[in-house]
Design a protein. Structure first.
Length: 496
């Protein structure tokens, strides 16, 4: 990276023709208003009949139009740091002949609000637009395959990034660090990692969907994304590095995928809104302070965890229960793994299912539903009748079960038990329900004041609702009865 100190520059290159050209950049009429003409000095060199723009005058300002050819040779490259520290330029239009933009090419062009990237450029190199604090949007052509380290770092006004979702396979460290206006971004499907510091301090970012194929989220990748409220992680993810989501204070929950192996040091440090998080059964290592300062109310640590660092739940004020599937503390866990909190530790247990409900179905049977327990892989369904004994009738791998053998009219009680391997939870609270068979078609007879309907008793029913239709019209509810008959006194004589 260069530091500009003056206008006089000397260029020498073996076998290269070197020239300094005073170019008149004619600015087109934009929005119906003519802009003033602008002069700018470009330094360039010609190698193999191709032109590289090597430098731009320090006091260049306003809109710059880079020509497509010089001395009848196409302009194909913008050299490293060519526009660096041109703090007064506002727009740059690069010709379609350009296929390469060098490192730090527009470094610290603090007023640059717009730049056109030609369709032949294949890489946005490191620090290319670093510190372009006025750059509000950028559209990368389909030819781009990679974005270098800190390429857009410090672009505080950058609110919109459009990149090809198929061709880009690499985004470097800190590529969008400090892009404070970025609210969302669609990430390409060819990525295999979210590199270190990629979105560090992007404090307007509200949601992110990590594409399938990503196996690693790097150190500090989303640290200080204080408005990040929604994160979707792929099933391919294996590693969350140090501080990956630290200080994401708006994040209420996150689903860690089955297959994840490592939760790094301070991965969710001070995620003060994080109330729900399940650690999958594939995790082997949890780093120091991994969940420090979170709002978790309970936590389940699966038996797969063989290494746990110091104070992984330190200062989690809402934490009341920690369920450890292991029967006792593994040797690889720190003596101070729990940290400072008042949570009760349950060894060899997992939490019981909650919010159990039972509902009779009109088509027959009873549906039992519950809230899944963290760490469980299946659920045992128990049933009994009043005065009877509990018996397991089924198991489920989901959050519900339909009892299709329940007899109509019989009141049944249900409770659920969570299980992982041979470890089981306590039983849930009970829920009860019955389902009712439909009454047989009623017998209708004329009555002194209307029509009398009589039907057979339905086991378990306490009230019957009566519906009526006239001719081919729709049925409507006209009354109810606690017996097995009803007199329709509103029926009109002569009508069917």
């Amino acid at each position: 990276m260069k530091t500009k100190t003056g206008k006089n520059r000397l260029f020498a290159a073996a076998g290269a023709a070197l020239a300094v050209l005073l170019l008149l950049a004619l600015v087109p009429v934009l929005g119906g208003r003519a802009h003033a003409e602008h002069y700018s000095v470009y330094s360039y060199e010609v190698v193999d009949d191709k032109v590289t723009i090597t430098d731009v005058d320090d006091d260049a300002e306003g809109i710059l139009l880079v020509p497509g050819d010089l001395n009848s040779c196409p302009v194909t490259k913008i050299a490293d740091s060519a526009f660096a520290y041109c703090t007064e330029i506002t727009e740059v239009f690069l010709p379609g002949t350009v296929t390469e933009i060098g490192e730090s090419a527009f470094y610290n062009c603090s007023k640059l609000g717009r730049v056109r990237i030609p369709s032949g450029v294949t890489e946005i190199k490191e620090y290319t637009f670093y510190g372009c604090s006025a750059l509000a949007s950028v559209e990368l052509p389909d030819s781009v395959t990679g974005i270098g380290n800190y390429a857009f770092g410090g672009c505080k006004a950058l609110a919109s990034v459009t990149m090809p979702l198929k061709s880009v396979t690499e985004i470097g460290n800190g590529a969008f660090q400090g892009c404070e206006s970025l609210t969302e971004i669609a990430l390409p499907g060819g990525l295999t990692e979210i590199a270190d510091y990629t979105f560090y301090n992007c404090n307007s970012l509200t949601s992110v969907d990590i594409p399938w194929g990503v196996t690693r989220i790097g150190s500090t990748a989303f640290r200080n994304c204080s408005r990040l409220a929604s994160v979707q992680l792929p099933s391919t993810l294996k590693t969350l590095e140090v501080d990956a989501f630290a200080f994401c204070t708006a994040l209420p929950e996150i689903e860690l995928p089955y297959g994840l192996k490592t939760i790094g040091q301070s991965a969710f440090y001070d995620c003060t809104s994080l109330t729900k998080l399940a650690i999958p059964r594939t995790v082997k290592s949890i780093g120091i302070w991994a969940f420090r300062g979170c709002a978790l109310e309970s936590a389940v640590i699966p038996q797969s965890v063989t290494t746990a660092g110091d104070e992984i739940f330190n200062y989690c004020p809402a934490l009341t229960d920690i369920w450890c599937v292991a029967a006792e503390k593994p040797d690889g866990w720190s003596e101070y793994w729990k940290g400072v909190n008042s949570a009760a530790v349950h060894w060899g247990e997992i939490p019981a299912p909650t919010d159990v409900t039972a509902k009779g179905l009109t088509a027959g049977g009873i549906k039992v539903s519950w809230t899944l327990s963290d760490g469980a892989t299946r659920y045992n369904v128990y049933r009994k009748t009043a005065g009877g004994s509990w018996a397991r009738i089924a198991y489920s791998y989901d959050d519900s079960f339909t009892d299709t053998i329940a007899e109509a009219g019989t009141l049944y009680y249900y409770r659920i038990q969570a299980q992982v391997s041979k470890t089981t939870s306590a039983y849930s609270a009970n829920a009860s329900a019955r389902w009712l068979a439909a009454p047989a078609a009623p017998t209708l007879t004329n009555y002194t004041s209307g029509i009398k309907a009589v039907w057979g008793e339905v086991k378990g029913a306490t009230i019957y609702y009566v519906w009526r239709a006239e001719g081919s019209g729709a049925f409507a509810k006209i009354g109810s009865s606690r017996t097995t008959s009803y007199v329709d006194k509103t029926a009109v004589a002569g009508k069917t």
